[in-house]
Design a protein around this ligand. Structure first.
Ligand code: ZN
Length: 386
C-alpha cells in the first residue's frame, strides 16, 4: 500500500530524476499508485525524428460522464549546479516546513496534490458515476513535441472524450489562492530583412543603406498599439527582440539589415489576422522603394479563453473556501499545454505558488500541498455531486 498523502507522493516524485526527456521513475510511480486505486493506466511512448522518445501516462477511473481530467507533467528543467542548492535537488528533503527539490512547484507538487485528491475521493465514493482521468506528459519543459499534443491525439483515437480539465501548473504569484488562469495569450514571432546595396561610406550615392529603411519599418511595427485589451485580456504586445546588421567595418555601408519581433497577443487576434496586420503596416511604411521580406515563424500558440462558467466557479469557490482568498481570473503569463487541451474541452489552470519555479532551491510549503489537495478535493465534490 502506498502512502497517498500529498506530501509523501510529492516527496517520492521529487526523488525521481526526471529531467526532460528522462522518465526517471516518476511515471512508473504514478502508474503503480493509480493502478492500486483501480485506474486503468497506459504508458504510451511517442517518437519523432530528431527529437528524443518521450514516455507519457494516461489513466482513467470509471466509464461514466461527466469526465474530469487532471493534466500535468513530471519532467523538470535541469537543476544546474547542484552544489549551489541548499539540499539535493532530487532528495525530497523537508526543511523548515518546506519541501525542497526540482519540480516542487513546477509541477510534481501539483501532480501529487491531484493524485491525493482523486484517490481520497474515490476511496469515499468508488461508485460516483462519472470518470476521473490523468493526462501526464514527460515532455513539457523540452521540445513539447512528443507530449501533450500526441497524448491527446492518442486518447481521442481511443474514443476518449473529456468534459473539463484542470491543469496543475503553478499559477499563483505570491500565495496559494491568488490566481486561476482561464486563458493564455498566443505567441507569434516574425523576421524582417531589408536589402540595400553595399558600398563605401564616402560614396553613398553608389550604395543603398538598408538601416534607415529598417528603422522606419520597425517604427511602424511599434508605432501604434495593436489593441487596447479585451474583456479578459491585457493589450497585445509587440516587442522588437533584436536588430542585426553584423557590420564590423565603420567605413562600409552594409548590404542588409534584419530585425526580429515577438508578439504576445490576446483573443482579438488569430495568428493569421495578426500576420495580415503586420504585413499591412510594413507595406505602408515601405512605400515602393524599400526592398524587404517578412517571414513569420509557424506557431501553435494561439490565444484562448475558457469563459468563466460553472466549472471555473467550482474552482474559485473551492479556493475561497480553503484559503479565504477570492482568486483573480487571469490570462497573463507565457504559454502552457492548456493551449492544446482547450481544443478538446474547457481547461482551467490552478496549482501551487510559482515563485521558485526553475530556480535554485525550488521548494513548496508543506502546508500548501495539503491545502491544494484539499482544493482539488472540493472541486471533485462539487463537480460530482452525490
Ligand atoms: Zn510546468
Amino acid at each position: 500500500m502506498f502512502d497517498t498523502s500529498p506530501l509523501s507522493l510529492a516527496q517520492s516524485l521529487l526523488r525521481c530524476p526526471s529531467v526532460t526527456p528522462a522518465e526517471g521513475g516518476a511515471l512508473a510511480l504514478i502508474e503503480s499508485v493509480l493502478r492500486e486505486a483501480g485506474f486503468e493506466v497506459h504508458r504510451p511512448i511517442f517518437s519523432e525524428p530528431g527529437t528524443p522518445d518521450v514516455e507519457n501516462l494516461y489513466a482513467r477511473y470509471g466509464s461514466g460522464k461527466p469526465y474530469l481530467l487532471f493534466a500535468g507533467h513530471t519532467d523538470v528543467v535541469p537543476p544546474g549546479d547542484a552544489s549551489r542548492w541548499r539540499h539535493d535537488p532530487f532528495g525530497g528533503v523537508i526543511d523548515g516546513g518546506e519541501l525542497h527539490g526540482r519540480g516542487a512547484v513546477d509541477m510534481k507538487g501539483g501532480v501529487a496534490c491531484m493524485m491525493a485528491a482523486a484517490l481520497a475521493f474515490i476511496r469515499e465514493r468508488p461508485d460516483f458515476g462519472g470518470s476521473i482521468g490523468f493526462l501526464i506528459t514527460g515532455d513539457e519543459e523540452g521540445p513539447a513535441i512528443n507530449g501533450t499534443v500526441k497524448l491527446l491525439e492518442w486518447a481521442k483515437a481511443r474514443g476518449e472524450r473529456f468534459d473539463a480539465c484542470i491543469l496543475g501548473e503553478p499559477t499563483n504569484p505570491n500565495q496559494l489562492g491568488d490566481m486561476i488562469k482561464i486563458g493564455r495569450r498566443g505567441s507569434l514571432t516574425g523576421h524582417v530583412v531589408v536589402e540595400g546595396k553595399q558600398g563605401h561610406v564616402a560614396y553613398p550615392h553608389l550604395a543603398d543603406n538598408p538601416i534607415p529603411s529598417l528603422l522606419r519599418l520597425v517604427s511602424a511595427l511599434i508605432g501604434k498599439p495593436l489593441d487596447h485589451g479585451t474583456e479578459h485580456f491585457d493589450a497585445s504586445n509587440l516587442e522588437i527582440t533584436t536588430v542585426d546588421v553584423g557590420n564590423p567595418a565603420a567605413n562600409v555601408i552594409p548590404a542588409s539589415a534584419r530585425a526580429t519581433f515577438n508578439i504576445r497577443f490576446n483573443d482579438r487576434w488569430t495568428p493569421e489576422s495578426l500576420e495580415a496586420e503586420i504585413a499591412d503596416r510594413l507595406r505602408e511604411a515601405a512605400g515602393n522603394h524599400v526592398r524587404y521580406t517578412l517571414t513569420m515563424e509557424p506557431t501553435n500558440a494561439v490565444a484562448f479563453l475558457t469563459e468563466p462558467n460553472d466549472f471555473v466557479g467550482f474552482i474559485a469557490k473551492a479556493i475561497e473556501a480553503e484559503t479565504g482568498i477570492k482568486p483573480k481570473l487571469s490570462t497573463t503569463g507565457g504559454t502552457s499545454d492548456a493551449r492544446f487541451i482547450v481544443r478538446d474541452c474547457p481547461v482551467v489552470e490552478f496549482g501551487l505558488v510559482g515563485q521558485t519555479m526553475h530556480q535554485i532551491d525550488e521548494r513548496v510549503a508543506v502546508a500548501d500541498l495539503d491545502r491544494l489537495a484539499s482544493i482539488y478535493r472540493k472541486v471533485l465534490d462539487a463537480y460530482f455531486p452525490s
